[in-house]
Design a binder for this molecule. Structure first.
Ligand code: UGA
Length: 435
């Protein structure tokens, strides 16, 4: 099939590359000329495992192309995906100006039937709005609008796309439904379902899924906080709970709060939608408050340990991205933690396998960025672990002890077992586990 992808951000690029991989002809369009030039020259503008070689293979085969020209990109396309940014506006509601702007442009250049797909996370009712904009200039027989939310996790996006748990497609048009089914069949060969539903339900599914996962994390963070007070171990509690099939083992890990470009934005946007419909969505409000509080947890622990003496101490940070296997620092707990430590007069030495250049852009020379995890420990008074990168899981504890001024570890991700740490000479504090 011929596919156009409008917007080559994270979602657009992964979507376009994966559709090319199953033999479709994909043209990606973006207004950023420099980025398009880069991609035409074979460079992938984002860090995402597995994407590079798929990108290279399909670009070389001529199935994956890039342009800044919208009319050229959509000319032969049967399906046009809108993968545009929907940043939170000042009031927390998603800003739809990019999506609406492109819909308006499309309404002026479409001359044959196209399916226009909302791939971006957009509030309930957006498909209808896009439809209305297109219908201003375009006969309704020439298009259908479909909502097709994505469920990609950064770091495993290619795998999530190629083997989705499910595909959600919102449309009442049979013609659009058949085309979308044809496009997605190669991805659900193992029997995972494609769920067809109306547009509003598809839009809601995306917000409900992300908000539920964020709720689950906030709930576990609260259980962890309570475990610390009652003297229970959240690791054991998590296992005991998670082995109930109705609960499930995944996404029950407490930590220093969820971050990233999705959960914080989507929870806020759903809360905003609820407000607009005059519905008091109490749980969501708490989820946001709990997450904000959890992001303060690690510095609180450091303050409790050091008291006023935190001032002047050097804290080594391991991990700065909001989660492992990405260079993304959007809404990362590390940002707030660094800010707070600097405010309290502490010095920061940090290492992250991928995210350091982004952190440098924000903090400049206010913190010291180090070549590797051990260099970050040199002369530091304590180690604080913020992101569970694999390379932090089995460190050389003797080396850590010899490099740190004092043997103190604050672990925001519960990377080490308490049994293991009891044999080590460290003062060790983690989340939801008595020391
Ligand atoms: C999330 C969803 O998982 C995807 O399904 C969705 O498509 C995506 O948002 C999106 O809307 O685009 P992502 O933001 O890449 O994906 O990251 P996750 O792996 O979901 O992690 C989100 C945050 O939750 C991270 O800060 C992570 O550290 C935290 N987390 C996750 C926990 O604190 N505990 C857990 O048990 C799991």
């Amino acid at each position: 099939m011929n596919i156009a992808i409008v917007g080559t951000g994270y979602v657009g690029l992964v979507t376009g590359t994966c559709f090319a991989e199953t033999g479709n002809h994909v043209i990606c369009v973006d207004i950023n000329e420099e980025k398009v030039r880069q991609m035409q020259a074979g460079q992938v503008p984002i860090y995402e495992p597995e994407l590079d070689h798929l990108f290279e293979r399909n670009a070389q085969a001529g199935r994956l192309k890039f342009t800044t020209n919208l009319a050229e990109a959509i000319k032969d396309a049967e399906i046009i995906f809108l993968a545009l940014p929907t940043p939170p506006g000042g009031d927390g509601a998603a800003d739809l100006s990019y999506v609406m702007g492109v819909a308006d442009d499309l309404s002026k250049i479409i001359t044959s039937y196209k399916v226009i797909v909302d791939k971006s996370t957009v509030p309930v009712g957006t498909a209808e709005k896009v439809h209305a904009i297109l219908a201003k200039n375009l006969d309704e027989s020439l298009f259908d609008v479909v909502s097709n939310p994505e469920f990609l996790r950064e770091g495993v996006a290619v795998e999530d796309f190629m083997k989705p748990d499910r595909v959600v497609i919102g449309t009442n048009s049979e013609r659009a439904r058949d085309l979308m089914k044809k496009l997605y069949m190669p991805f659900v060969r193992q029997g995972n379902p494609i769920y067809f539903m109306d547009e509003r339900s598809a839009e809601m599914t995306k917000y409900a899924a992300n908000s539920y996962l964020a709720t689950r994390i906030s709930f576990m963070n609260e259980i962890a906080n309570l475990c610390e007070r009652v003297g229970a171990n959240v690791d054991a509690v998590r296992k005991g709970m998670g082995s109930d099939n109705r609960i499930g083992k995944r996404f029950l890990f407490p930590g220093i709060g969820y971050g990233g470009s999705c959960f914080p934005k989507d929870v806020k946007a759903l809360a905003k939608t609820a407000e607009e419909y005059d519905f008091d969505f109490k749980i969501l409000k708490s989820v946001m408050q709990v997450n904000q509080r959890q992001k303060n947890r690690l510095v609180e622990k450091l303050e409790n340990y050091y008291g006023d003496e935190l001032k002047g101490k050097t804290i080594a940070l391991w991990g700065l991205s909001f989660k492992p296997n990405t260079d993304d620092i959007r809404e990362a707990p590390s940002l707030l933690i660094i800010e707070q430590l600097l405010e309290l007069g502490a010095k920061v030495q940090a290492f992250d396998p991928e995210a350091m250049s982004h952190i440098q852009q924000i903090f400049g020379d206010k913190i010291t960025l180090c070549e590797n995890k051990y260099e970050a420990l040199e002369g530091a008074d304590a180690l604080a672990i913020l992101t569970e990168w694999n390379e932090f899981r089995t460190p050389d504890f003797e080396k850590i002890a010899s490099l740190l001024n004092s043997k103190v570890i604050f672990d925001g991700r519960n990377l080490y077992s308490l049994e293991q740490m009891r044999e080590q000479p460290f003062y060790y504090e983690s989340i939801g586990r008595a020391t």
